[in-house]
Design a protein around this ligand. Structure first.
Ligand code: OAD
Length: 251
């Protein structure tokens, strides 16, 4: 017998949605089964590393080589990774539903690689480097660091096109994500520790606007009290079951 029982959700989901929008907020846990490490917890990227030394504008100004080496290491892992069953199930769900938005904190591009189209990348993307001066964007560097990547337009330093701690999210992306949270009927929170704002506030916004919030995460998080249902299981285990139920409903 499974450690979680999806039956009530699977029975109810078509009625809860009834043609209305679904939003899925994802975090690093969704990509864990593609072999990409999460941030927090044992083996996470922040174990033995301080975010303020690797993921802030101040760290980049002080020591761009260390920061770029961290991102080059993550890019190398990403280039060897592919979408897992969880990413693929979300892409199938989008094709079955009239309106579905993925709001992701991940910078790995694996939702798009799996075939999802309506994806809002709250924290930017690892796959692009951005000029610190003229804002031109280029594919992320492939070679080793150093040398530090430089802009081919103006010669200034390039940086990863991600959102660092202390920086604002893109206003357009945030506005689209918060509107989607306010308008949805069902909001899934998948594979995130829900401790980094403002992404962590979206589930509350959705719940206050009347959405049913469901969480999929093997570990306990601060979301549980506002969730209508909690599945303590892996994304690549639960999401294919949800996609299959929606498929049966659509057949
Ligand atoms: P975290 O590392 O904080 O949390 C990952 C979550 O995934 C944890 O709650 C795990 O229990 C869960 N998890 C692990 N394996 C899973 C699986 N197979 N299926 C489902 N869940 C699983 O990562 P995020 O919440 O994404 O920001 O972190 C949020 C932000 O903090 C990141 O975007 C990044 C980080 O610092 C910046 O770098 C700005």
């Amino acid at each position: 017998m499974s450690a979680f029982d999806l039956t009530p959700l699977l029975d109810l989901l078509p009625e809860l949605l009834a043609g209305r929008p679904l939003v899925v907020l994802t975090g690093a846990g969704v990509s864990a089964e593609s072999g990409l490490p999460t941030f927090r917890g044992p083996g996470g990227m922040w174990e033995g590393n301080r975010p303020e030394d690797l993921a802030t504008p101040e760290a980049f100004a002080r020591d761009p080589e260390t920061v770029w080496r961290f991102y080059a290491w993550r890019l190398e892992k990403l280039r060897a990774a592919s979408p897992n069953e969880g990413h693929r199930a979300l892409a199938r769900m989008e094709r079955l539903l009239p309106r579905m938005t993925i709001v992701t904190q991940n910078v790995d591009g694996l939702h798009a690689a799996a075939g999802s189209r309506n994806v809002l990348e709250l924290h930017g993307t690892l796959l692009v480097a951005r000029c610190t001066d003229c804002e031109s964007r280029f594919p992320a560097p492939e070679g080793p660091i150093p040398p530090l990547p430089r802009c081919r337009v103006c010669g200034a330093a390039l940086r990863p096109d991600v959102v660092w701690f202390g920086e604002a999210l893109s206003p357009a992306t945030w506005s689209a994500a918060s509107s989607a949270a306010e308008e949805c009927a069902v909001f899934f929170v998948v594979g995130t520790s829900s401790v980094v704002a403002p992404a962590s506030s979206l589930a509350l916004l959705a719940a206050r606007s009347g959405a049913y919030v469901f969480e999929i995460n093997p570990e306990k998080t601060p979301i549980a009290p506002l969730a209508a249902g909690v599945f303590r299981a892996r994304a690549a285990e639960v999401l294919p079951a949800i996609a299959a139920a929606l498929q049966r409903g659509a057949a």
